[in-house]
Design a protein around this ligand. Structure first.
Ligand code: M6P
Ligand code: ZN
Length: 184
């Protein structure tokens, strides 16, 4: 079997930058078109979030990990959020450690059961297998978190792209409110 050489990566907790040499995936407003319930404003090419991933093979003997930098803002009253996904291999778990900013981690089972947990610096969120997961920036600075997951987890975006999560997170009079998704 291949034996890898140990390595270290520096994580900047404010910016989410990884040094050296991450794979960077950028998601613009246009990439999220159709994800928000009320999209009256035309989605542009502005960045909504970036994922900086440490390079290791996506196999079941490795741990993939990444920082996500999710910008603050709202679309039609809904806070900026990641697309969210189930793992293609459904039972694969994931851990999030929030580094800066604040938000909510929305999770759902395929039967519609929902859990929502606070994200703030120092909090580790454990996402067991079978739970779809999406992070939502409810603050006014970037939400930055580090995620670790089993290398062969894979992504299933289609289910969420079609019907969304059972709940959405909207800006209320006294802050964020988790309300039923009218399209679910
Ligand atoms: C976290 C992890 C990544 C994921 C990213 C953005 O960093 O869960 O695997 O890619 O968030 O979320 P999404 O892929 O749902 O857009
Ligand atoms: Zn995941």
């Amino acid at each position: 079997a291949d034996v890898m050489v140990p390595f270290a990566v520096h994580v900047d907790f404010q910016s989410g930058a990884l040094t050296p040499d991450p794979v960077i995936l950028r998601r613009s407003h246009a990439d999220l078109a159709g994800y928000f319930v009320n999209e009256s404003d035309a989605p542009g090419e502005d960045e909504m979030y970036a994922v900086h991933e440490i390079r290791v093979p996506a196999t079941n003997n490795n741990l993939l990990s990444s920082t996500t930098v999710l910008q603050p803002g709202t679309v039609g009253g809904e806070y900026f959020m990641t697309k969210g996904h189930f793992h293609a291999t459904r039972d694969r778990a994931e851990i999030y450690l929030t580094l800066s900013g604040q938000g909510l981690l929305v999770m759902a089972l395929e039967d519609g059961t929902t859990q929502t947990k606070e994200m703030r610096p120092g909090i580790v969120n454990y996402v067991p297998g079978h739970w779809a997961h999406r992070s939502v920036n409810t603050g006014d600075v970037p939400l930055v978190f580090y995620a670790v997951y089993i290398g062969d987890a894979g992504y299933d975006y289609a289910t969420i792209a079609d019907q969304g999560f059972p709940v959405i997170v909207v800006e209320g009079e006294d802050g964020p409110e988790v309300v039923p998704n009218p399209r679910y």
